[in-house]
Design a binder for this molecule. Structure first.
Ligand code: ATP
Ligand code: MG
Length: 504
């Protein structure tokens, strides 16, 4: 590239109490380039881009932007200067309209600056969407849009500020396949307009498809930068974790035929997305649930867990019919649910690692009304170690942990509770490759020790690698059931797109 970079980061340093998050990181970005930043959970990716937008103040180092030293005061300042960020977790105003969100803080005014000119604002938003080929109604309330559309609104908002750099921190984590395609189309369009993009993701295939270069961070250190076209997935992973990880599909079930049924779901109906769902889960089994987004897998899990009302059908646990009206009922019957949306259901971000880890299990640590602090501490420490949760102490507030490490705390929570039927809903979403294989090993260990697992996953390689048996859902119904020995990606996709259920 003969051009000058639009952005150069030099020797960026950042420490939090007890954590050296960035240890002299270098990074540069050219106009029209998509540059990935990859690394394990807690490597410092989010922190690096936060120093660029003034969310986090760096301790030392230089930011050179458009040939000049740049010191962002806050995200608003950065955005005015042409640097926009789409966060790992979206943060906009759900109750405002799309256009209001885009123009927040700089509303079009009328009548001498006293009245908000909604019409002008809506028109400008509509123009913006047209320019970006997005089909979104500016007057719609933001909260009513899908996550994918909300993200597009955030991008449009950034573009409305003479955008030079767009930062995307795990933008696809909650998107459907179609939404990911739409996002990539928009990114390619922005690249043609010379916008430089920083793309953070744990999904190697996406990095291969959309980025020009890849920079690897490990433990806050800069490891290196490669051209995407000249590097293999394996090489990148090696740079990230410093070791080789092998991904092998399972070829045969580990569950003996005489293993007892621990959970029997019979003709369950709950809303539109759970229709006549029947299946059995055996002791020691990992039962994969495959399907496209919206197939009804999460809804099935929530119904079994008592999180959503059930219209009809029955649930048997260890051969006994049980009533599960609330999650507390499910927990009492030994069922644990690791939700796909850890922020909303799984965790209390304002509490410490320790408090979160025992959230589901407080009563078992209470003895005549006083909490056995030592016991709580020991159990938590054990799983922090087992799951390699990266935290300076058990008292760290969860919000300060990296996204992937928060996910591991949810897992620890249910393991400490000793649940013997575990529902893992997208367990490795947002989790780096190294931690992924740790979680896989852990799931296998759990199954071997006699626990039973329902694993909902949208990643087919993961389904094929982990499951003993696979159930496929489509539009609220079970459309197929495959033994692992006969399963492959094509076969699963066939059932996942089968509109009419076969004879049940
Ligand atoms: N506000 C904060 N206070 C204390 N520690 C923090 C804070 N923000 C980040 N950290 C710590 O800094 C390290 C780097 O975190 P960062 O969020 O940058 O990781 P990441 O590479 O984005 O990881 P992930 O892939 O899990 O999102 C982690 O150990 C994290 O716990
Ligand atoms: Mg992050």
């Amino acid at each position: 590239m003969v051009q000058e970079p639009i952005l150069s980061l030099k020797k960026i340093e950042k420490s939090f109490t007890g954590v050296h998050a960035l240890k002299g990181v270098d990074f540069d970005l050219y106009p029209g380039e998509v540059h990935a930043i990859v690394g394990e959970n807690g490597a410092g990716k989010s922190t690096l881009v936060k120093t660029l937008t003034g969310i986090t103040e760096k301790d030392s180092g230089e930011i050179v932007y458009l040939g000049r030293m740049f010191k962002p005061r806050d995200p608003k300042h950065a955005l005015e200067m042409g640097i926009g960020i789409i966060h790992q977790e979206l943060n906009m105003m759900d109750h405002l309209t799309v256009a209001q969100n885009i123009f927040i803080g700089r509303e079009s005014l009328r009548a001498g600056g006293l009245l908000l000119d909604e019409r002008t604002q809506n028109r400008r938003a509509a123009e913006l969407f047209e320019q970006l080929n997005m089909t979104i109604d500016p007057r719609e309330t933001l909260g009513k849009l899908t996550v994918g559309k909300q993200q597009m609104v955030e991008i449009a908002k950034a573009v409305s500020h003479n955008l030079r750099i767009l930062i995307l921190d795990e933008p696809t984590a909650a998107l459907t396949e179609t939404e990911i395609e739409e996002l990539f189309t928009i990114m390619r369009d922005l690249a043609r307009r010379q916008v430089g993009m920083i793309y953070i993701s744990h999904r190697m295939d996406e990095i291969g498809r959309i980025t020009d270069r890849v920079t690897v961070l490990r433990d806050g250190e800069y490891v290196g930068t490669r051209k995407t076209s000249e590097v293999t997935k394996r090489e990148i992973i090696n740079m990230m974790v410093g070791r080789v990880i092998y991904e092998q599909p399972k070829t045969a079930s580990n569950v003996p035929p005489e293993a007892p049924v621990v959970l029997k779901v019979n003709r369950l109906n709950a809303g539109k997305l759970v229709q006549d769902v029947s299946f059995e889960l055996r002791k020691g089994e990992i039962l994969g649930f495959a399907g496209l987004m919206g197939a009804g897998r999460t809804e099935t899990a929530r119904a079994i867990f008592g999180a959503d009302p059930v219209q009809s059908g029955s649930i048997e646990i260890h051969g006994r019919r049980v009533r599960v009206n609330t999650p507390a009922d499910a927990v009492a019957h030994g069922v644990g649910y690791l939700s796909e949306d850890r922020k909303r259901y799984g965790l209390a971000l304002g509490l410490s690692v320790k408090e979160n880890a025992v959230l589901a299990t407080y009563e078992s640590f209470q003895k005549r009304l006083f909490v056995q602090a030592k016991k709580v501490e020991r159990a938590t420490a054990e799983y922090v170690e087992k799951l390699s949760i990266k935290t300076p102490s058990l008292n760290q507030i969860l919000r300060n942990l990296s996204g992937g490490n928060q996910q591991k705390v949810v897992i620890a929570k249910w393991l400490i509770r000793n649940s013997d039927i575990l529902i893992f809903d997208e367990p490795t979403r947002g989790i780096d490759v190294g931690a992924k294989s740790e979680i896989y090993a852990l799931m296998n260990e759990l199954a071997q020790s006699g626990r039973s697992i329902i694993m909902i996953s949208s990643e087919l390689p993961e389904v094929l690698r982990m499951s003993d048996r696979i159930i496929v859902m489509c539009e609220g119904r079970i459309t197929g059931e495959l033994d692992i020995a006969e399963a492959n990606q094509e076969e699963i996709m066939k059932y996942a797109t089968m509109r009419e259920a076969g004879v049940a």
